[in-house]
Design a protein around this ligand. Sequence first.
Ligand code: 13P
Length: 333
Amino acid sequence: MTASALADTAKALVADGKGILAADESSPTIKKRFDSIKIESTEENRRDYRDMLFTAPDAGKYISGVILYDETIRQKAADGTPLVKKLVKAGMIPGIKVDMGAKPLAGHPGETVTEGLDGLRARLEEYADLGARFTKWRGVYRIAEGMPSPGCVTANAHALARYAAMAQEAGLVPIVEPEVLMDGEHDIDVCEEVTEEVLRSVYNELTLQNVWLEGTLLKPNMVISGQDCPEQAGVEEVAERTLRCLKRTVPAAVPGIVFLSGGQSDELATEHLNAMNKRGPLPWKLSFSYGRALQAAPLKAWAGKPANLDKGQQAFLKRAKDNAAAAQGKYAA
Ligand code: 13P
């Protein structure tokens, strides 16, 4: 694998008018999603749900790549075709979540560090053999009194950078995901300050670990008001502050920034992305790597019933198409 192949994959993931579907919910998380539509989280239901999304007609027009979970990258659809094969056939690049989740950070009650570095090299090789071309690792930062602490910020940045270097060594593009959670009553000033500090530490560590930025993507949160803050910043303010924060911290060598939705409503996630792209030109491509903001509507429309396959796929395509437009600043509500 050459460096230019890494850069080619990274660029393809943020091709004009395309973004990423995050379908890498862990088993406990997908169970929560299925609970909301009152269906059981069996291996078969998980497979059929994801097969529905991956085979939505023309999904490849708007979706560049899909982040999978360990179970899914090994799974065959009901017709016996591996799900990875279906993605590739539809023009979407398979990716894989490789972290082992956020675990309590010793000495820091209430904070976490993402684990999974032990044995990672072997797992990356296996995933590459299974067809993955890119990877994801998520660090989590909570805003509260005294949080995130310097210990949490440093530990997560270090793990993200160690992971990114190893993914590149295996020929896989690392998506670096530091997520400052939107939970809490804090205002947008606090979110901006914390996001800036977190991103600064992440790029310092990426540099220390010799990560080649041209072969990476960043998956950050947007700068928004805390979920329970009485005063919610409007779309233009979110766009302005998010761009200011990113311009201060993310080198122009990074080819693309793909946002997580993090619990924002579908409509707001799309409007924020659109407003930012309208303010271009920008040093990097700005697109999406949404989980909930792409899946909430199709999950509800599908509701676990094979007869609703078409409804589910249409709901997914609408979300994919709207966000693909927003990735070019061309979304009209
Ligand atoms: P959300 O868009 O639901 O935040 O999911 C994105 C993701 O991959 C979180 O790790």
